[in-house]
Write a protein that binds this ligand. Structure first.
Ligand SMILES: C[S@@+](CC[C@H](N)C(=O)[O-])C[C@H]1O[C@@H](n2cnc3c(N)ncnc32)[C@H](O)[C@@H]1O
Ligand SMILES: [Zn+2]
Length: 331
């Protein structure tokens, strides 16, 4: 059997191990390339070498400056202190502060930085490395659409930095999320914007991630280059099953949607399954807050978690890799 490899170690990309040695279970429809003695080192790429961005007002190209983004029609967008830029126009918002609020962002940041979902980050890093190697991308233009607080954006950026010169953009509608993301990674460009109106030029992007975030096929196809790749992650049927058992009398399995997406060709699917043990009430509460159940669960049921200081639960993800279909599409 070919050896399956993925990165392990804090920050992603430190060493290569077999999944078996880390008690991770994989199901691959197609095996990873099995390559590579990839070494990871941090490069100080400067902002300003990013994929082509467009002005949300007039759609002309944006010039990236140290303190702002500006178009030829003098529409100017200042960089926040942490480094992100707000390109969301007020008429593009459905509320005053759209997207995840500060509480949700902090919960996700605190949970993810403990490393519980590191196997997923590693799998995404390997997927990105594989795409770059197979396509021969030297300066891949990568977009994380709905990037949240940038945990995976940063992991992929770091992992690719010794292989290539990644030009990374993270877009999210929540400025709280991007504030956290920009503090974590000073080289990637983080923009407040919506996946439904991306401030990105047509055919600007080699690789697009859409991880647990809203999907807009039409926009994603527009910004992807010919043969561009999209990587999505969705939860599998029994993701967080034991957490649900604790909260609900009769938990239900997640529905896994049809993999088919108009305008895309499915290249491969990988399933990642593991057990994690959360060792504090805070971690359990943070994980619960990251899920859609948090807002749907009655107070009485939510209280069942409060006395719980330790929880072993399975995590199960499906990593779907698509290629933009060469054919003309109607989305
Ligand atoms: C479950 S979080 C996932 C974040 C990140 N991809 C991750 O996996 O850690 C979903 C994210 O989608 C963002 N979001 C919601 N609606 C959006 C939109 N229309 N455009 C861009 N981002 C959006 C939220 O603010 C939130 O950060
Ligand atoms: Zn403009």
């Amino acid at each position: 059997m070919p050896q399956r490899v993925f990165f392990a170690g804090k920050g992603c990309g430190r060493r290569l191990v077999t999944p078996e040695s880390e008690n991770v279970s994989w199901t691959d429809i197609m095996e990873p390339s099995g390559d590579s003695g990839i070494k990871i080192e941090r490069k100080n790429n400067q902002k300003g070498t990013t994929m082509e961005l467009i002005c949300p007002v007039c759609h002309k190209p944006l010039r990236i400056e140290e303190k702002r983004l500006v178009c030829q029609n003098h529409h100017s967008f200042d960089r926040a202190k942490s480094g992100y830029v707000n390109l969301l126009l007020s008429n593009g918002k459905h509320s005053k502060l759209p997207g995840d609020n500060k509480l949700m962002v902090n919960a996700r940041r605190d949970f993810l930085q403990k490393g519980y979902y590191q196997p997923l980050a590693e799998a995404l890093c390997n997927e990105a490395a594989r795409c770059c190697q197979e396509a021969g991308w030297k300066t891949p233009d990568i977009l994380d659409a709905g990037c949240g607080e940038g945990y995976y954006t940063n992991a992929v950026y770091q992992a690719l930095s010794s292989l290539t010169k990644p030009r990374m953009v993270g877009i999210d509608i929540s400025k709280f999320a991007l504030n956290a993301a920009a503090k974590k990674n000073h080289e990637a460009e983080f923009l407040v914007g919506s996946v439904f109106h991306l401030p990105v030029a047509d055919s600007a992007c080699d690789l697009l991630f859409n991880l647990f975030a809203p999907y807009c096929g039409e926009e994603f196809l527009r910004v992807l280059k010919k043969d561009g790749i999209m990587v999505m992650v969705i939860p599998s049927r029994k993701h967080l099953w034991e957490l649900k058992e604790l909260v609900y009398d009769s938990p239900y399995e997640n529905e896994v949607r049809d993999y088919k997406l108009s305008g895309f060709q499915l290249l491969r699917v990988r399933r990642l399954a593991e057990q994690i043990t959360l060792t504090s009430r805070e971690d359990i509460q943070n994980l619960f807050m990251m899920t859609p159940y948090y807002y749907k669960t009655s107070e009485e049921n939510s209280r069942r978690l409060q006395g719980c200081g330790r929880l072993t639960t399975r995590i199960e993800f499906e990593i779907l890799v698509y290629q933009k279909d060469g054919k003309e599409t109607t989305t």
